[in-house]
Design a protein around this ligand. Structure first.
Ligand SMILES: *[C@@H]1O[C@H](CO)[C@@H](O)[C@H](O)[C@H]1NC(C)=O
Ligand SMILES: *[C@@H]1O[C@H](CO)[C@@H](O)[C@H](O)[C@H]1NC(C)=O
Ligand SMILES: *[C@@H]1O[C@H](CO)[C@@H](O)[C@H](O)[C@H]1NC(C)=O
Ligand SMILES: *[C@@H]1O[C@H](CO)[C@@H](O)[C@H](O)[C@H]1NC(C)=O
Ligand SMILES: *[C@@H]1O[C@H](CO)[C@@H](O)[C@H](O)[C@H]1NC(C)=O
Ligand SMILES: *[C@@H]1O[C@H](CO)[C@@H](O)[C@H](O)[C@H]1NC(C)=O
Length: 759
């Protein structure tokens, strides 16, 4: 079922509602006895049916470390050993337009692929307030006379077909404000909160001036936010070669002839204020769908001042004019303030002789964006479902890394699962897939979906597995809720690292990395941080050995991917194996695959890290009952210890249940039913474990973020922080907030201890 437009979609919603009404009427006629019989029957089917049998023969020897894989996982991996279509998908996906809301051809193609792979497919539209570029310009003036004009275009490369043509996406920022500003300008380093604070401290004013920031460290929208708060009239953001591993200055050739950054490359991207809230800026917390949407003032989460991205080649003549003016960057912030753009000595400016004219014209409108959903029905649909998601929109014509490496991997997962279903196999839990639109602007498609279906998702979605950039380098990176750590740890040894012989992903990953926490910047945000649903994100990221990844630039192309980054698409194939096997671990295990102690251990670590930063002089400060803060901290630690104990006792109980379930066939029927209900009880607790961390009022000044353990950093955007309430209280040296958030945390831990103490 696909809808080509909002009208068709709405007609269908009505149809669905009628269906639901009809079912309600008919079901109310069922007698209670009939219902009870039905429930008893369903329970028995589940107790006796067990797994559907996988009838599959293996063509090549299984690898040494696959000894712990289930037959289903072996069959799944085998298909991806035998065949790899990721390159084919990448070539297709990078050859059609896909700016948010504009890729209807790709919506259709994606939906048809979902259908081809046997998924029940739907397309859903949301109506979003967003911008498309109309015009831009950047001129350097000397004493008011133009002396240099930047093109704001990336060089067209004959060997790289998506770098040219009428349909290349201009240099612009998603959600930037229109404006035509002529002003003095100041170099602001990365444009972080700390950088602007330093400038203020050193007396370099941004009032009415244009801030020039380099990319990196924090989410770009926050650079614009902080500039706006400092009184700036506009912002330029450029990619400094000093932030790259490979540099022309070190003798490396630039793309397409070598691994260094192409000097004309520029980074598009959104300047929305990601850490305030994602989604349509006019409908925080509510879905943007239909004619009667109530829309707020968007400026709580988007800037009022214009901004543009620019290449280092084109910003160089502008920055050079600052040499000798203002303060030397190194005086303000040492090495941290100095990049490696040859010719620029990293002075702050301004230079009273030179101004720039920054011209940015954006057209804002309410635009339909389209998500595509696919469902592979499980045989035990009441046990919750798994959602695998990836976004489809890109800033550029190509987008081989972002997001199409993830899309190619997701299609490969579907293809292999489809192959399994051909033998009669069905997953236990339903597996759903989502192709989100508008991720690049503000995680639009996923956020609106989450805001619309929050209650249903909280009840039924066991886990959300995200893949955005699957391949931009060779180093596996995993960020996850600790809820999924066990599944991750069990899955990694089953898969080979393709770039080194005889090395598993486990060895590759744990040799250099650990599982990170989630922040923001991709579609898991609404699931974890707004709805409290365990989520993860995987992909291969860049290292010092990888060619520079031209993020959001025309050079993130099929040509770059297939010649330089992942020839043979082996890393793509590996992500499909990893994410698909993870999906199976979560969908197939009767008892939800998690360890309570994975969470309790991490919680204690997060709290200890916070505790270590509490100012000594706070510890003896007493509350109105005369109790010092140290008592509260002590109490929290005691509770965390109790959680560690009851958590691992519960894990032992789960191990025991799992053993009993393995031998279920030899149990008499009444014991099967008893065991089934024990498992249902344990699963119920596990299912809601992550939801326990939701705090309805949300975080301070940003109520959309409701998870008290993880949030996007207020001042970083992408980077996440554990225990954000406590962390921000420390950042703001606000003891009252600290006590407030500590109490909420303590209360939550108490609840968990009580829940896991009772079996
Ligand atoms: C399933 O995969 C196997 C092994 O890769 C292949 O031989 C077979 O043709 C596939 N079947 C379908 C229905 O795609
Ligand atoms: C701008 O584009 C023109 C024509 O493509 C080119 O000659 C010129 O060098 C470009 N300017 C810069 C600063 O890159
Ligand atoms: C921008 O403003 C300047 C005057 O400050 C004007 O000369 C110029 O034409 C404007 N640019 C555009 C594209 O409107
Ligand atoms: C990989 O393992 C195989 C089988 O154990 C062995 O024959 C081969 O030498 C190993 N290769 C490397 C590079 O260690
Ligand atoms: C592990 O990391 C070390 C240091 O980075 C490296 O020398 C070694 O080759 C790595 N081993 C594996 C198995 O990747
Ligand atoms: C806090 O109080 C305890 C006992 O009253 C005392 O030993 C300790 O030095 C005090 N610490 C600080 C930092 O004031």
């Amino acid at each position: 079922m696909t809808f080509r437009n909002v009208k068709e979609y709405r007609a269908d919603i009505k149809h669905d509602l009628n269906d639901i009404e009809a079912q309600k009427t008919s079901s109310s006629k069922k007698t209670l006895t009939k219902k009870l019989l039905l429930i008893a029957f369903q329970v028995c089917v589940l107790c006796f049916a067990g797994n559907t049998v996988l009838n599959y023969s293996f063509s090549s020897e299984t690898l040494r470390d696959r000894s712990k894989a289930t037959p289903t996982e072996l069959a799944y991996l085998q298909i991806l050993d035998d065949t790899n279509y990721a390159g084919k998908w990448s070539e297709k996906l990078t050859s059609v337009p896909h700016l948010a809301g504009q890729g209807i051809e790709l919506v259709d193609w994606t939906a048809s692929k979902f259908e081809e792979y046997g998924l029940t497919t739907e397309v859903e539209a949301f109506d979003i307030y967003l911008n498309y570029p109309v015009g831009n310009g950047l001129t350097l003036l000397s004493n008011g006379e133009p002396i240099y004009q930047a093109n704001l275009t990336e060089d067209v490369l004959p060997e790289d077909s998506t770098t040219g043509g009428d349909d290349v996406v201009p240099a612009f920022h998603g959600y930037s404000a229109s404006g035509n500003v002529t002003a003095e300008y100041v170099y602001v380093n990365y444009g972080s909160k700390e950088d602007f604070d330093l400038l203020e401290e050193f007396g370099v004013s941004l009032k009415g001036r244009i801030a020039i920031a380099r990319y990196g460290k924090i989410f770009r929208g926050l650079k614009v936010k902080f500039a706006q708060e400092a009184g700036a009239a506009g912002v330029l953001i450029y990619s400094d070669p000093g932030d790259d591993f490979f540099q022309e200055a070190k003798g490396d050739k630039p793309y397409p002839n070598g691994p260094a950054r192409n000097p004309s490359s520029l980074q598009r991207g959104s300047v929305q204020f990601l850490s305030q809230f994602p989604g349509d800026p006019t409908t925080p917390g509510r879905p943007s769908q239909g004619d009667d949407v109530v829309r707020d003032d968007p400026y709580k989460s988007i800037p009022k001042i214009p901004s543009l991205p620019v290449s280092f080649k084109e910003v160089k003549p502008i920055l050079e004019k600052l040499n000798g003016h203002g303060l030397k960057g190194s005086t303000i912030g040492g090495d941290k303030w100095v990049g490696n753009l040859l010719g620029f000595d990293y002075w702050t400016g301004p230079n009273p002789k030179n101004t720039i004219n920054l011209y940015n014209e954006q057209k804002y409108d309410i635009v339909p964006i389209h998500n595509v959903y696919g469902t592979l029905e499980g045989y035990d649909p009441k046990s919750g479902y798994i959602l695998v998601g990836n976004h489809r929109d890109a800033w550029i014509k190509g987008g081989a890394s972002d997001p199409n490496s993830g899309t190619a991997a997701m299609l490969e997962i579907m293809r292999s699962l489809h192959n399994l279903t051909q033998t009669g196999w069905k997953p236990r839990r339903t597996i759903k897939f989502a192709s989100w639109d508008g991720e690049e602007y503000a995680l639009l498609g996923s956020t609106e979906f989450g805001e619309k279906n929050g209650e249903e998702l909280k009840k039924n979605l066991l886990a959300y597995l995200n893949v955005d950039v699957a391949v931009s380098g060779r180093k596996l990176q995993i960020s996850s809720s600790p809820f999924l750590n066990n599944a991750i740890k069990e899955t990694l040894p089953l898969i080979d690292y393709p770039l080194q012989e005889n090395l598993t992903l486990e060895e590759h990953f744990f040799n250099h990395s650990k599982i990170n926490i989630l922040g923001s910047g991709s579609d898991y945000t609404v699931f974890l941080e707004h709805l409290g649903i365990a989520s993860l994100d995987v992909g291969f990221g860049a290292t010092a050995e990888d060619p520079v990844y031209h993020y959001h630039s025309n050079y993130d192309s099929f040509h770059w991917m297939s010649t330089m980054q992942d020839p043979g698409f082996k890393l793509h194939n590996t992500i499909a194996k990893l994410l698909g096997t993870l999906t199976l671990r979560l969908s197939e295990d009767k008892i939800i695959n998690t360890k309570v102690s994975d969470y309790s251990i991490e919680l204690a670590k997060y709290y200890h890290a916070i505790e270590a930063n509490v100012p000594q002089q706070w510890l003896n400060i007493t509350n109105h009952r005369g109790k010092p803060l140290i008592d509260l901290i002590h109490k929290t630690n005691v509770k965390l210890d109790q959680l560690a104990t009851s958590g691992s006792a519960f894990d032992d109980y789960l191990t025991d249940l799992n053993k009993q379930w393995d031998g279920v066939d030899s149990l008499p029927w009444w014991n099967r039913i008893k065991l089934h209900f024990k498992i249902v009880g344990a699963n119920f607790k596990l299912f809601y474990l992550e939801r326990v961390f939701l705090h309805e009022e949300g975080l301070k000044d940003r109520p959309w973020f409701k998870h008290i353990i993880f949030a996007s950093g207020k001042y970083t955007g992408y980077e996440g922080f554990a225990l954000p309430g406590l962390k921000e209280a420390l950042d703001d040296t606000n003891i009252k907030d600290f006590v407030h958030w500590n109490k909420i945390f303590l209360h939550t831990i108490k609840g968990l201890v009580d829940s896991f103490d009772r079996k």
